[in-house]
Design a protein around this ligand. Structure first.
Ligand code: ADP
Ligand code: MG
Length: 701
């Protein structure tokens, strides 16, 4: 594309330095190209003429046709205004002007018909139109205005004050389009436009801003949305390729004695097909000579940790060190214990490093890391601190990706001259379409199968009024030896209130389940770590029957015997959080229960969420529903990405188009990896232009 699009907006006729400054501050509009992408968010249709008797306040605007009578200047000096009456065969309505009086006085000829467009307001029980638009009736199309569709643009109070309300922006847009129109070139190949029924880039830009007919709008939006998503996918795929080509990785040639011993003698069960598939994918990466950057998705309990351990063993077999990073101390400790138990009896050194690791221990760990003696270091982000140095780190597992920033991942990379292979695990299923976009530059593996024999959790929703029944049910379950989680939401802004809720709930529980027959524990974020650990342990050891807790147990300890999870104020949790919590009920029982308690009154969205939870156990289905309900902005992990700032596309609604454009981009790059073919030259040019890091392209070609 032409340089003209990079022209600073201040050079556009009608935009001075002041307006340019405002456009930049309010909307980030700096160049012609930026302004061009400020699309209308809706259109006012002025194509239908109404009778004056039909005017009401239901619709915001009306187009009327009639003659002007009784035009007069009212009032004195500065308070002067013009009043006129518009008459058609159905009735009459008052028109008012407070500005431009000289011009209005001469605007109308007696006895002639005019088209009048305006927003009705009510004054003393009568409708009137203030500052309506006026147009002569054209003999060739007596029922329409010359521009019957008006695009409405987002504006702000500051922009409005500077004459850049929606109308003002539209005026600038007209100037802009006439300035640059001849420079707009096509950026998609002919064959793509034909195959996918797309109008031209230029036509789309003209129609989206100034459609002549309502039917022009849809194809224009589709074309521009298509282009937006298609080029994003192209960029992501190219980035991924560059990453792979660029970054040298350790080659783990062999599957050695540790892996084999573990696999044949220690693994107490068969791998699921999904685990086998993903393990193969990881092994292929580890042999490839390129650094692995793989996202491993799978529901809670699908066996990700085990797959990660297999990767770790391969790395150790090849003489490398490994690390396993978790977002919280509780979780790190649990991973450490799990791994230690699974590896019990094998000649492998494993240690835990967290914020609360004592100095002497810390020192010992540092030494063992430097000498290469320590093979697995489990920990929190304490282990990416600069003081933690490895002899040769080769493989890093990161659990619960969304809690770690990209910067932290980059720190891990620097722990060895050749960066370690990185396996990122998340139990928050991300909808396919979102994953394609957020993690479009990572490889993705999915475990979509639970180990055999797993009982699905039965989920029931109860209103507060049914609490007695729920208590009775809990009593029955305790009688047959089960344990119960009771979880309260804890949301930062209202922490105090939430804590009170929790403590009230705890006290109620103590009353309903009195000692010595029952034992109740409580755990929340305000407690000291050692008190927390103590209470958790009493529950894990089966001493207490009920654990009342905040979401600290969300990624917390597995207690196989805890078969019921009661979630209080369930309507206040997000879907993915509810799903994560539900995944925490133990595996030891024949039947697992999740009870969602809610207030008697529910918002529409709250009710939908609970319905979805009751209807499915499938994490991906829930994630899709979550995306639709809340939009991508609120999804975990998306906030800091900046990748979701689309002009037109909407991740929640355009899933199909995302998948489609991903496929098209994949096919094109498969067929013509460097975009050298004649027919792909428009793509080549557009990609070059879009890549902000200009050297990136040089690395592909
Ligand atoms: P995730 O990390 O995905 O939540 P884990 O790896 O912690 O899941 O596995 C959950 C539980 O299932 C663990 O107790 C684990 O030992 C067990 N498990 C994992 N894979 C299998 C399998 N193939 N068959 C039976 N049990 C399995
Ligand atoms: Mg896990």
């Amino acid at each position: 594309m032409d340089k003209i699009f990079e022209t600073p907006i201040t050079y556009l006729k009608g935009v001075g330095p002041h307006k340019a400054d405002l456009l930049t501050k309010e909307f980030g509009i700096r160049t012609y190209a930026d302004l061009l992408q400020h699309f209308p968010f809706r259109y006012v249709d002025k194509s239908k003429v109404y009778k004056i008797s039909q005017v009401n306040t239901d619709a915001s605007y009306f187009l009327l046709k009639g003659k002007i009578t009784d035009l007069k200047v009212v009032g004195e000096k500065r308070a002067k205004y013009i009043s006129a009456t518009l008459v058609d065969e159905s009735g009459s309505i008052q028109l008012l002007w407070f500005r431009g009086l000289q011009w209005i006085k001469k605007r109308f000829e007696p006895g002639k018909e005019y088209l009048i467009f305006g927003k009705p307001s009510v004054y003393k029980n009568h409708f009137n139109l203030v500052h309506p638009e006026v147009e002569d009736v054209k003999p060739e199309s007596p029922e329409t205005l010359s521009n019957p569709l008006e695009g409405i643009y987002h504006s702000t109070e500051k922009l409005k004050a500077a004459g850049m309300g929606s109308r003002g922006i539209a005026r600038l847009m007209r100037t802009l389009l006439s300035t640059i129109q001849s420079h707009i070139t096509e950026n998609l190949p002919d064959y793509m436009m034909q195959c996918h029924g797309l109008i031209s880039h230029k036509q789309a830009l003209i129609s989206i801003h100034f459609p002549k007919k309502p039917e022009e709008i849809k194809p224009a939006i589709y074309r521009l949305k298509f282009e937006e998503l298609f080029f994003l996918q192209m960029e992501l795929l190219l980035q991924k390729k560059i990453l792979q080509n660029k970054t040298e990785g350790h080659i783990f040639e062999k599957v050695g004695p540790l892996f084999n011993t573990f696999f044949h003698n220690y693994l107490p069960f068969e791998l699921t097909e999904a685990q086998k598939r993903v393990t193969r994918e990881i092994r292929a990466d580890l042999r490839s000579g390129k650094q692995m950057n793989r996202l491993l998705q799978g529901d809670v309990g699908s066996g990700k940790t085990l797959v990660a351990l297999l990767g770790i063993l391969i790395a150790i077999d090849n003489g490398f060190q490994t690390t396993f990073m978790a977002p919280t101390e509780i979780l790190a400790t649990q991973h450490y214990n799990t791994l230690k138990k699974m590896l019990d009896g094998m000649p492998i050194e494993i240690e835990l490093l967290t914020g609360s690791t004592r100095k002497p221990k810390r020192k010992q760990i540092h030494e063992k890391l430097l000498s290469g003696q320590l093979q697995i270091l489990v920990g929190t982000h304490a282990l990416i601190e600069d003081t933690v140095k490895f002899k040769n780190l080769g493989f890093a597992v990161i659990d619960e990706q969304h809690r770690f920033g990209v910067a932290q991942r980059a720190k891990l990379w620097k722990k060895n001259s050749i960066p370690p292979h990185v396996l990122v695990m998340t139990a928050t299923p991300i909808p396919r379409t979102l994953a394609m976009t957020l993690y479009g530059n990572l490889d993705v593996s999915i475990i979509d199968e639970l180990p055999p024999g797993r009982k699905p959790v039965k989920t029931i929703h109860f209103f507060e009024s049914k609490r007695l029944r729920v208590l009775g049910f809990i009593r029955e379950q305790i009688k047959i030896g089960r344990q119960v989680y009771v979880v309260y939401p804890l949301i930062k802004e209202s922490e105090k209130m939430d804590l009170k809720n929790l403590m009230d709930g705890y006290e109620n529980m103590l009353r309903d389940f009195p000692e010595p027959q029952y034992m109740v524990s409580v755990v929340h974020g305000r407690m000291k770590p050692e008190d927390k650990a103590y209470e958790m342990k009493r529950f894990a050891d089966g001493i207490t029957n009920i654990l009342v807790a905040t979401t600290v147990i969300e990624v917390g300890v597995d207690v196989p015997n805890a078969s019921i999870m009661v979630i209080e104020n369930a309507e206040r949790f997000g879907l993915s959080q509810l799903h994560q919590l539900r995944g925490r009920v133990g595996r030891g029982a024949d039947q697992l229960w999740c009870i969602l308690m809610s207030g008697n009154k529910l918002s529409n969205e709250g009710r939908k969420r609970l319905e979805i939870m009751v209807s499915t156990n499938d994490g991906f289905e829930i994630a899709e529903a979550d995306l639709k309900l809340r939009g991508p902005g609120d999804m975990q992990g998306t906030q800091q990405s900046g990748m979701l700032d689309f002009h037109l596309a909407n991740l929640a609604k355009d899933g199909d188009l995302i998948a489609k454009t991903r496929k098209i981009a994949t096919d094109i790059l498969h067929d013509d990896p460097r975009l050298q073919k004649e027919e792909n030259q428009p793509l080549n040019r557009e990609i070059r232009r879009r890549f902000k890091d200009k050297t990136l392209w040089a690395r592909i070609s």
